[in-house]
Design a protein around this ligand. Structure first.
Ligand SMILES: [Zn+2]
Length: 123
């Protein structure tokens, strides 16, 4: 009888340990997911901060010396996007602005870059 009681208690302790370990692993997984979620939030906030910083400096016409390379890299990427969009607009047959040469992506009455009226007859 005592033997069965002991075995029963050991099995019960073992079951409890397994249950506790499972709960701990589930908690750790949940906490790791929460950490990843917070890290992603920080990354997005950093991105917004950087974007605001960039545009504020550009509006002021300044380039902080410590960030010259990053600013130049953003400028180069933006220029590349501008050229590619222009290539796409040309391929779609959109007319170019008679004043600045930009190609508005849509059938605009005025150039969004320089404000000049678009001549709808120019292709
Ligand atoms: Zn223009």
């Amino acid at each position: 009888m005592a033997l069965f009681d002991q075995l029963g208690k050991k099995f019960s302790d073992f079951s409890q340990d397994v249950a506790n370990q499972s709960k701990t692993l589930a908690d750790i997984s949940k906490w790791n997911q929460s950490i990843t979620k917070e890290e992603n939030k920080i990354s997005e906030l950093y991105r917004q901060l950087g974007e605001q910083y960039y545009h504020r400096c550009r509006a002021e016409g300044t380039t902080p010396e410590a960030d010259t390379f990053l600013f130049a890299s953003v400028d180069a990427a933006m220029e590349q996007i501008h050229e590619l969009k222009d290539r796409i607009a040309a391929a779609k047959g959109h007319p170019s602005c008679p004043r600045c040469g930009a190609r508005p992506a849509q059938n605009a009455k005025f150039c969004p870059f320089c404000g000049s009226p678009m001549n709808s007859e120019v292709k």
